[in-house]
Design a protein around this ligand. Structure first.
Ligand SMILES: Cc1ncc(C[n+]2csc(CCOP(=O)(O)OP(=O)(O)O)c2C)c(N)n1
Ligand code: SF4
Length: 295
């Protein structure tokens, strides 16, 4: 494909990215780390309104788009990925980021996650994984561990949790990473690499919900995560699968788990290779003939 991502010529500063909206996350929420990392990446890479679009789901995570001055769409619960796919296909030169929660992405939006991965849609998913539904005050999500007591599981969760990177790998995603929200610099670097990767990129961010999740706390992640060693081969699919199993042993690897070069969805549409869809002239067409076939 010939067209390249649009490069902003302007110098981007922190104040240019700010919005007047007051931040409404609880003090200490892991979402602050994700916000800082993303702002840092925007400044470093000059991501702004001219070259980037954000899509968010519904939940505490989704508020992030109110605090970054870049064109954004906060969609229906679970439907962020199809909206982002549409944005990307309309203008594939944009950097497209999806901010989604573990409930939003894996429960209500689970089917979209699987199929966008299968198609290798060229977008970046930033999965705010707090292992429960936070905005609705702490019910179990697909990430809630077995046995954990929540508002909706007062006697302990009877379901096994879903592992998003394992699911994404099996579905065809081509960039998989995980980072703790408190490692802001490293998370920023991963966001930059995920966006540079041409294909479906998933970053599972370990995001403590300090109000409702008393198990997966900042301390838990500080004590139970480790950086993948430099010798780790991120092109080895079997090794990546094995890494996704390590959570079960309470040792949580962070870093880039997997990268693969594979044709992405937009590459399969020669009609948009030279010119993005939004730049194409609109042609007036009569639909009467088409409708008559169904009458
Ligand atoms: C179709 C639909 N179902 C349920 C809801 C209610 N609802 C709003 S936010 C939310 C939970 C969000 O949890 P998650 O996606 O994990 O995000 P978090 O709040 O934890 O960041 C739910 C169930 C809704 N708005 N729409
Ligand atoms: S409820 Fe949890 S996820 Fe939501 S803002 Fe508060 S700490 Fe963050």
């Amino acid at each position: 494909m010939k067209s390249k991502p649009i490069q902003s010529k302007k110098v981007l500063t922190s104040s240019k990215l700010s919005t007047p909206n007051p931040c409404n996350w609880c003090p200490g929420c892991g979402d602050f780390g994700i916000w800082s990392a993303f702002r840092g990446a925007c400044i470093e890479q000059k991501w702004d309104n001219t070259n980037t679009a954000l899509v968010a789901g519904i939940g505490c995570h989704g508020h992030i788009v109110n605090f970054v001055k870049i064109t954004a769409f906060e969609g229906l619960h679970g439907r962020a990925i199809p909206v982002a796919s549409g944005v990307k296909m309309a203008n594939h030169r944009l950097n497209v980021f999806v901010f989604t929660g573990d409930g939003d992405c894996l429960s209500e939006g689970g089917n979209h996650f699987v199929h966008a991965a299968r198609r290798n849609q060229n977008i970046t998913i930033i999965l705010h994984d707090n292992a429960l539904y936070a905005l609705t005050t702490g019910q179990a999500s697909p990430r809630t561990p077995l046995g954990q007591k929540t508002k909706s599981t007062p006697q302990g969760n009877i379901d096994d949790p879903l592992h998003p990177l394992r699911l994404a790998l099996a579905s065809g995603a081509t960039f998989l990473a995980r980072e703790y929200a408190g490692n802001v610099e490293s998370l920023k670097d991963i966001m930059v690499k995920a966006n540079a990767h041409k294909g479906f990129s998933v970053i599972q961010v370990l995001q403590p919900c300090v109000t409702f999740n008393k198990l997966y706390t900042h301390r838990f992640y500080q004590e139970n995560t480790y950086q993948l060693p430099k010798t780790y081969d991120s092109t080895d699919k079997v090794a990546a699968y094995e890494k996704t199993l390590e959570w079960d042993f309470k040792k949580i690897p962070v870093g880039i788990l997997y990268q693969e070069q594979r044709e992405c969805y937009e590459d399969k549409f020669p009609q948009i290779h030279k010119t993005p869809l939004i730049k194409k002239p609109l042609r007036k067409r009569s639909m009467t003939k088409l409708f008559k076939q169904y009458m």
